[in-house]
Design a protein around this ligand. Structure first.
Ligand code: NCD
Length: 325
């Protein structure tokens, strides 16, 4: 990087919200990752605090259960000096039938600056973003997108492999129900990597061929020569039966163990977004193998990437407010 760090530079970001990877250019993606590098350094220092979000209010609204993503966003906001509030939605207001429009009106009255939303319905976060007067970050909407997950995965890959292009990345398992897979396919494709999807045909989304990926139903041939092996959780809560014969059978065919991993490159890294089902999609020993698994790095990169994303959106928000005043 020239002329100091991304933190010091007057970096701008041309988006008001972070709703998905879809609208991001390679330059946008690189800007977030470069700034996140500075936050990795900050997070490893003694004080761990910056002031990029000082004076701003961040509201986390999770309409779906989440532990790590919500905690990661909360920590990211607090490290940068925002007032962070978690609104426990626990699907309760969904059940009570409050519309997203009512939710938006309530929020606007609280004057947040950053709104982090997870919602079980694809597209709900985009809809909300149109109705609120603040920057919105999508923390996962249905099977649609989970942009900060793909960005933290990208940062983890870039640090482990020294680059984020011309890599062969195998994404394995429950592709059909996964917003993590979708956002990763978009990001990795945009950065000119080769993406392979591996899983049973019942867990492949229809029309996947349009995404420019290679599809395999045999794990061993799909892993051949892969630089990165990204495992996905079997999302049982999104299944209504009939997707897999049994968990034992699934592990036998698609669970990542040492024997299957041996088909990938000798220095291939293993990833998982969490939460893991050990013994279903991944062998516990592989997950814990510090020579192969970067699963803990993913968690660390998550905080840094969310700090970077909120910092860039806040700069954009302040600039727009200054222009309007
Ligand atoms: C992912 C999600 O919620 O989409 N998890 C996460 O963000 N920590 C993946 C998953 O739930 O399997």
């Amino acid at each position: 990087k020239q002329g100091g760090t991304a933190l010091e530079g007057g970096m701008t970001f041309p988006h008001a919200h972070l709703l998905g990877i879809e609208p991001l250019s390679p330059v946008d993606i690189t800007a977030i990752l470069d700034l996140a590098e500075d936050y990795v350094t900050l997070n490893r220092s003694a004080t761990k605090h910056g002031d990029a979000l000082a004076g701003l209010t961040q509201i986390n609204m999770f309409f779906e259960n989440s532990t790590r993503t919500q905690a990661s966003f909360e920590l990211a906001g607090k490290r940068l000096g925002a007032d962070v509030m978690n609104m426990a939605m626990q699907a309760s207001s969904l059940k009570k039938g409050e519309t997203l429009i009512d939710t938006a009106l309530t929020l606007n009255a609280m004057h947040p600056d950053l709104l982090v939303v997870r919602h079980p319905h694809s597209g709900a976060v985009d809809l909300l973003a149109q109705k609120v007067r603040c920057a919105v970050l999508n923390a996962g909407d249905g099977r649609h997108e989970h942009p900060t997950q793909a960005l933290l995965d990208a940062l983890t890959i870039r640090r482990a492999k020294g680059r984020l292009h011309r890599l062969t990345v195998a994404i394995c398992g429950d592709i059909a129900h996964s917003r993590v897979a979708r956002s990763n396919i978009l990001l990795l494709g945009r950065m000119e990597n080769r993406v392979r999807l591996i899983g049973p045909p019942t867990l492949m989304p229809a029309g996947i061929d349009a995404f420019g990926v290679e599809v395999y139903d045999d794990m061993r041939s799909g892993l051949e020569g892969a630089d990165v092996v990204m495992m996905l959780r079997l999302q049982k809560e999104r299944m209504d039966g009939g997707f897999i014969p049994s968990e034992r059978e699934y592990y036998h065919r698609y669970g990542l163990d040492a024997e299957k991993l041996a088909h990938a490159k000798p220095d291939a890294i293993v990833m998982h977004p969490g939460p893991m089902n050990r013994g279903v999609e991944i062998d516990g020993e592989i997950a814990d193998d510090i020579n192969r698994s970067v699963i803990q790095d993913q968690v660390e990169m998550g905080v840094a990437v969310r700090m970077a994303a909120m910092d860039l959106l806040a700069r954009n928000l302040r600039a727009r407010r200054a222009a309007a005043a």
